[in-house]
Design a protein around this ligand. Structure first.
Ligand code: G3P
Ligand code: CA
Length: 240
């Protein structure tokens, strides 16, 4: 599969808003993402867990405590309870479907599957309900099995592997089910960026909030950054 066939999912995007403009606003709220979009950001990152009923909710943590002040494990809780929870700005805890309804196709989505393969069937159901958004969606995960499974279900989808320092991109760079690497700063290495590019893969950095680190990413040749400060990143990294 040629990387160019998938390039619709990445039209020269350089900055992804990490949980929205989350340095300034409450993470994972519409308000936070709306701010990022106002600043010029065109791709937004959502962390995702599934409820007991199989609905995908946007939360970085497996528990709702930090976001809502009430402690429910999302996996173990049904939608009736989860949909009644509010965050500090008065918004509810949102489902991914609510994000799709709210933002539609005016943004690209970076969906981080926090649970890996157990959530795949419910992700598929969600995508089947939103076929027009398929080309707007990149899925990222630490779990290679999820990416392999997604490749067979959605070969055209852009897929991103999250990487930590212990991992070596050389062992993955030839894999057709990876379109992009997302590597934790400061473990970004110029030789890895070049290796990824030589195989037609993208190479992203996370979570990059300091100007000096954004400039370093530019020097290292990364394709873009995932940041809590999309306004700053857009200034440093250029047009989104
Ligand atoms: O997008 C990369 C980054 O979000 C992974 O870390 O813990 O913020 O989900 P975390
Ligand atoms: Ca994330």
């Amino acid at each position: 599969k040629d990387i160019k066939e998938k390039s619709y999912a990445r039209p020269a995007i350089r900055v992804i808003a990490h949980r929205g403009a989350s340095a300034a606003m409450t993470e994972h709220t519409f308000q936070s993402y709306e701010e990022a979009i106002r600043e010029g950001c065109r791709q937004i990152e959502l962390d995702v867990y599934q409820s007991k009923d199989g609905t995908l909710y946007v939360s970085h943590d497996p528990s709702t405590l930090r976001l809502t002040g009430k402690d429910y494990i999302i996996n173990d809780t049904n939608d009736e309870v989860l949909s009644s929870l509010t965050v500090e700005n008065g918004e509810t805890l949102h489902t991914v479907q609510e994000f799709f309804n709210h933002f539609g196709n005016k943004v690209l989505y970076l969906i981080e599957l926090k649970e890996g393969t157990p959530a795949l069937d419910n992700l598929q159901k969600l995508l089947e309900k939103n076929p027009k958004l398929l080309s707007n969606i990149t899925v990222q995960t630490w779990d290679v099995q999820s990416l392999i499974a997604l490749e067979s279900r959605y070969p055209e989808m852009f897929k991103q592997l999250l990487m930590s320092t212990e991992q070596d991109i050389a062992s993955y760079v030839k894999c057709s089910w990876i379109d992009s690497f997302a590597v934790a700063f400061p473990h970004i290495r110029k030789e890895d960026v070049e290796l990824a590019h030589s195989y037609g893969k993208q190479y992203w950095g996370w979570t990059i909030n300091e100007e000096v680190d954004m400039q370093k990413c530019e020097e290292l040749g990364v394709d873009g950054v995932i940041s809590d400060k999309p306004d700053l990143a857009l200034q440093i990294m250029g047009i989104n």
